[in-house]
Design a protein around this ligand. Structure first.
Ligand SMILES: C[S@@+](CC[C@H](N)C(=O)[O-])C[C@H]1O[C@@H](n2cnc3c(N)ncnc32)[C@H](O)[C@@H]1O
Ligand SMILES: [Zn+2]
Length: 430
């Protein structure tokens, strides 16, 4: 975990403990019911987004589900109710993880999205909703999400832009002094480059005016029930939902929109949740089996409330039945080794695998082909994206904007691509 993430974690831990001592936890999602109890608000927007996620999932068969950055575990509880799947959550904040067990009896893991402590293809269905904009390493985070997904991955973010100019302006306005700020802004292409061409994306919410409305519970029910997928992405909508799946959709949705809307509206938590017996159940063995060492990808086993890696010997405490699978800066060496291990053909569409591919070609005598050219181009774009994010964040000034434009000038990019392709050509002639 880098220093920024550590700072964010400290702030989040305070946030997710808010209200607990007075007896009514200050919720992120509308857990107490529509416009009821102490919550952050924007209930209808959240309900609409949650419904759109559930509708996406309703097209697939899956037995296990995890919400990455799942806050207090609200969505895994809905998924468990709707689809009867084994549902888990995980979050950077330890306090959020504890809330998930207390409120919903949902098992949870403490971790950083950039370095997930789960085995490859550990879960059938994976959700990451409104989190990627907060992480310091978004490209690695998206690759990690893909790595742990077996069947279907759903990503949502409101931090989406419609063109590069908009992104550069938004990045200029990022204030890193703000706690848990939106430090990344995405273009749909970023997801194509990291997850591959076979993704589909659309606006998460089509009708912002409906969401703005101070709707009564009855009106909210009507708005939710009239939800229909549109498959389009434009400036009138809110946010982007990205779906990446290697499997076929079911012939028809497993649950109707109407039933999903009812599940959302009828699932609430009572304020005396502290007596929830499920919160005292031991940690699920299935979840333990899905874990791996976040430093070296070795197997971990549990004894005396500690998980120990059989490969590197690292130990991870389990507190309040929540495994704390964090790493710190000095583990960077481990991390690069872990990535090196993963660079097999299996994740060929991910950033690091592409880099590896280029390296492979550099060291082989095979001739450059169209594939390597495409790979080189994709790497350039991804590198550029990550680089720009970092650079523009650091230089929130006129100079920053200027250097951003200079850096991304077409000429410079095509020179860079030519340089990579030139290297392949040289290998060929050698
Ligand atoms: C805007 S909230 C979204 C919560 C939930 N997914 C939802 O849609 O309501 C962002 C969540 O991401 C978590 N988070 C922030 N940075 C993270 C990181 N690096 N790794 C894992 N979770 C993180 C926060 O603790 C918080 O619960
Ligand atoms: Zn290890």
């Amino acid at each position: 975990m880098d220093k920024d993430t550590l700072k964010t974690k400290e702030w989040l831990d305070k946030r997710f403990a808010e209200g607990v001592k007075d007896g009514e936890y200050f919720a992120h999602q509308p857990i107490y019911g529509y416009k009821k109890g102490r919550t952050e608000g924007r209930d209808l927007i959240r309900y609409m987004r949650n419904l759109s996620i559930l509708v996406k999932l309703s097209h697939y068969n899956f037995d296990s589900f995890i919400d990455i950055g799942g806050a207090e575990g609200y969505m895994p509880n809905l998924v468990k109710t709707a689809f009867k799947a084994d549902s888990y959550t995980c979050d950077l904040s330890f306090e959020a993880n504890v809330r998930a067990r207390e409120l919903f009896g949902i098992d949870s893991v403490g971790m950083d999205l950039s370095n997930l402590p789960f085995k490859d293809k550990a879960f059938d269905a994976v959700l990451c909703s409104e989190v990627l904009e907060h992480v310091t390493n978004p490209i690695q985070a998206i690759c990690e999400l893909k790595r742990i997904t077996k069947k279907v991955l759903v990503i949502t973010t409101e931090a989406v832009c419609y063109d590069k100019l908009e992104r550069s302006l938004r990045m200029m306005l990022v204030d890193l002094n703000e706690h848990h700020c939106d430090r990344n802004w995405f273009l749909p292409d970023d997801f194509v480059f990291t997850l591959g061409n076979d993704i589909i994306y659309e606006n998460t919410i089509y009708d912002p005016r409906a969401a703005d409305k101070k709707a009564s519970p009855d009106e909210a029910r009507k708005i939710l029930s009239s939800y229909a997928e549109r498959g389009t992405f434009d400036r009138d909508g809110i946010g982007i939902t990205v779906l990446s799946s290697g499997i076929q959709k079911t012939e028809r949705p497993r649950i109707s929109v109407q039933d999903l809307a009812d599940i959302i509206l009828n699932t609430t938590v009572s304020t005396d949740y502290k007596n929830n017996a499920a919160s005292r159940l031991p940690l699920s063995t299935k979840l333990i089996e899905s874990l791996q060492c976040p430093k070296c990808a070795g197997n971990v086993s549990m004894a005396n409330d500690t998980l120990t890696c059989s490969a590197c010997g690292s130990k991870y405490a389990v507190r309040n039945n929540v495994p704390l699978m964090y790493t710190d800066d000095k583990d960077a060496d481990y991390l690069s080794r872990k990535w090196a291990m993963r660079l097999s053909g299996e994740f060929a569409s991910t950033y690091k695998a592409l880099l590896n591919l280029i390296k492979l070609f550099e060291h082989s005598t095979s001739s450059p082909n169209i594939f390597t050219k495409i790979a080189a181009r994709r790497i350039m774009k991804i590198e550029k994206f990550a680089h720009n994010c970092a650079k523009v964040i650091r230089q929130r000034s006129f100079l920053g904007l200027l250097s951003y434009f200079l850096m991304t000038s077409k000429k410079k990019v095509s020179r860079e691509i030519d340089r990579i392709i030139g290297r392949f050509k040289k290998i060929k002639s050698d």
